[in-house]
Design a protein around this ligand. Structure first.
Ligand SMILES: *[C@@H]1O[C@H](CO)[C@@H](O)[C@H](O)[C@H]1NC(C)=O
Ligand SMILES: *[C@@H]1O[C@H](CO)[C@@H](O)[C@H](O)[C@H]1NC(C)=O
Length: 220
């Protein structure tokens, strides 16, 4: 299946991305495969306590979840070895009606940073709808434009987003993982505070926002 952009309330995302809103992210090298609880401040609820309504209103459940070590984010996933696909729900703080965005992706290049990551991004459009689509982070100043079919290194389908508990944003996607690379990948996630002209704007370039990468084994 070809990569396809999608939104919660149907319709395709605007692609009027200008290059003026760049994302800048320092290269970081973090390889954590376990996520011990750290500080108590601003700690999100553990992933195992979270449930999802699904954008169609049906209850969604996932076999596995991980408390990601930065930004209070969690990743829920179903990995199907036979087809080498993984269905994910990425969840991160970003209140309903908030001006910002959230994104999650995997970097099939094996590098731990942002460049090369195939991501899904979600934010509230200027018309009030929550939009979500795949995008390629091809540099430290990516366009954040919706990926055209063929841009992605692997097919991504079922992209959608919704709010959860009024204070978090969820992005759903199904990834057909690249063949021959097993089930262990670098995943990278992010949140930013501003969207300008329906393009996610630069995120903070210090602290947790440049440490939000880790290795995940979907089959573990
Ligand atoms: C809102 O804008 C998005 C693009 O940003 C578009 O995909 C969607 O169809 C629009 N929704 C409505 C209800 O106009
Ligand atoms: C995940 O897998 C379980 C079975 O293990 C299934 O019940 C559930 O519907 C799947 N969730 C998604 C989102 O595919």
């Amino acid at each position: 299946m070809a990569a396809a952009a999608a939104t919660v309330r149907r319709g395709s995302a605007s692609s009027s991305a200008s290059v003026s809103h760049a994302i800048v992210l320092a290269v970081v090298v973090v390889a954590c495969s376990s996520f011990p609880p750290t500080s108590t401040a601003a700690k999100a609820a553990p992933c195992s306590s979270q449930t999802f309504s699904g954008t169609g209103g049906e209850q969604q459940s996932y076999a596995s979840c991980a408390d990601l070590p930065r930004l209070g984010a969690t990743l829920h996933y179903n990995y199907t070895a036979a087809t080498n696909t993984v269905a994910v729900a990425f969840r991160a703080p970003q209140g309903k009606g908030a001006d910002g965005w959230v994104a999650w992706g995997i970097n099939p290049s094996g590098r731990s940073g942002m460049v090369g990551t195939q991501a899904v991004v979600a934010f509230q459009s200027s018309n009030g709808s929550l939009v979500a689509y795949p995008t390629v982070l091809d540099s430290y100043a990516p366009s954040m434009a919706p990926a055209a079919p063929g841009d992605l290194a692997f097919p991504v389908s079922g992209v959608a987003a919704e709010y959860a508990d009024g204070k978090e944003m969820v992005v759903y996607a199904t990834l057909a993982l690249p063949a021959g690379k097993g089930s262990k990948f670098t995943n990278v996630w992010q949140q930013g505070a501003a969207v300008v002209n329906d393009v996610p704007a630069v995120h903070p370039t210090t602290g947790d926002n440049i440490l939000s990468t880790a290795t995940i084994d979907f089959s573990a």
